[in-house]
Design a protein around this ligand. Sequence first.
Ligand code: SF4
Ligand code: SF4
Length: 143
Amino acid sequence: MSGELAPDELASMCRDCDAPCCRYYTVLLDEPQDAEDFDELRWFLAHEGCYIYVTGGEWRLCVTARCRFLGTDLRCTAYASRPAICRRFGLEGECEKTGAYEFELVFRTVAEIEAYANSVLPPEELARLPPSPACGAGGTAAR
Ligand code: SF4
Ligand code: SF4
């Protein structure tokens, strides 16, 4: 399902939902250009509960973390003063309940971002990428 929703239409859907949208946040990233950028993305992905995706050309880090204001009844305990991003979310008809997000790319592990780095970085830049944490001490990124 997609297309804009009226606020009361969305509110009615939210009443019957267990609020998956209140259990993570995302941060806009710059598209990685060089070895340092990919090393940083690798560091993000070394953490549990994180993944990186690309949608509409935007790179984003997604961090799984339940909002402190999500009540045990799965309702927002700060509804009247919730952040603007929460007020806007879902109104364009795309949320976990109304429709699946389409990812152009998704990276869930260090190995996945390294494989992508291997496919886009020129050899001289790839050579600057520090050894892979996925290979242990002294390892190198898979070529
Ligand atoms: S996932 Fe969608 S329907 Fe469910 S609470 Fe969030 S905005 Fe509402
Ligand atoms: S502030 Fe409320 S609406 Fe926003 S993420 Fe937290 S629980 Fe959800």
